[in-house]
Write a protein that binds this ligand. Structure first.
Ligand code: SAM
Length: 233
């Protein structure tokens, strides 16, 4: 199973000229989302890719992807991430990071199985999620209507709670938790076609004894771009 999170950062700077992540067009939100997408308490998730679609000045668009399976030498503190983002946005290589001149539309178009996160979507509890999901989120302002409509051509709208607006980073954390739980529950059993879920797991009636024992290994399908070095811009 591979997991992909796509954040549209409408103001995120596309160069390294910023005093702090926050002043870099809210790159602090990019950092927080990357953190919750890619890290657990003791190490990072090799099954996850996080992409920030940066649409801020001076030269948008820029898609910055971070692959958990290629990430090296990154701690979780903001200072470390600020310097990593500075390197990458200065077109220098950084393990696990890659950048391309792709727009939000370009990224979503090739993302496969898309779930657009929105308060007004279908409750996630009712939704079977396949093996290679891509979750699309808006920044602090939310996803513009036209971008939401575009993403919905490739998937459906999913909610973590009606009338409850959460931080994008929290949404990512909650999704990772839900996927972890579902993965534990399925433990090698085949569910309804294409869902990766057992019927019991979907109904929430999985036997508590299932999912115990050694964890099922997860595998990330090879990313199409090299994450070992930054592509020239
Ligand atoms: C801080 S919220 C943006 C809130 C903004 N007021 C809006 O209208 O979208 C950032 C993103 O988190 C996601 N999000 C927030 N709350 C959510 C919820 N209850 N269910 C699903 N996604 C949510 C959405 O993708 C949203 O664009």
């Amino acid at each position: 199973m591979s997991r992909h999170f796509v954040l549209l950062s409408r103001t995120g700077r596309t160069d390294a000229r910023f005093h702090s992540l926050r002043e870099g067009g809210r790159l602090d939100i990019v950092y927080q989302c990357a953190l919750f997408a890619l890290f657990r308490a003791h190490g990072h998730r090799k099954d996850t890719v996080f992409t920030a679609c940066l649409a801020g000045p001076p030269r948008p668009p820029l898609a910055m992807s971070i692959s958990g399976s290629h990430l090296r030498n990154v701690r979780i503190d903001e200072r470390t991430w600020e310097s990593a983002l500075r390197e990458v946005l200065s077109q220098k290589p950084y393990p696990g990071f890659s950048v391309s001149r792709q727009s939000f539309q370009d990224v979503v178009r090739t993302a496969g199985e898309v779930y657009v996160l929105h308060e007004g979507g279908e409750p996630i509890e009712n939704i079977p999620i396949g093996n290679d999901p891509c979750f699309v989120l808006g920044d602090h302002v939310g996803l513009p209507k036209k971008d939401e409509a575009f993403a919905l051509r490739f998937g459906k709208k999913v909610s973590l709670g009606k009338n409850r607006s959460y931080l994008a980073s929290f949404c990512i954390s909650a999704i990772q938790y839900i996927l972890d739980k579902r993965e534990d529950a399925t433990e090698g059993t085949e569910g309804p076609v294409g869902t990766g879920l057992s019927k019991d797991a979907l109904r929430g009636t999985e036997s508590p004894s299932k999912g115990k024992g050694p964890g099922r290994s997860t595998r990330l399908t090879s990313p199409s771009t090299s994450f070992g070095k930054t592509k020239s811009l």
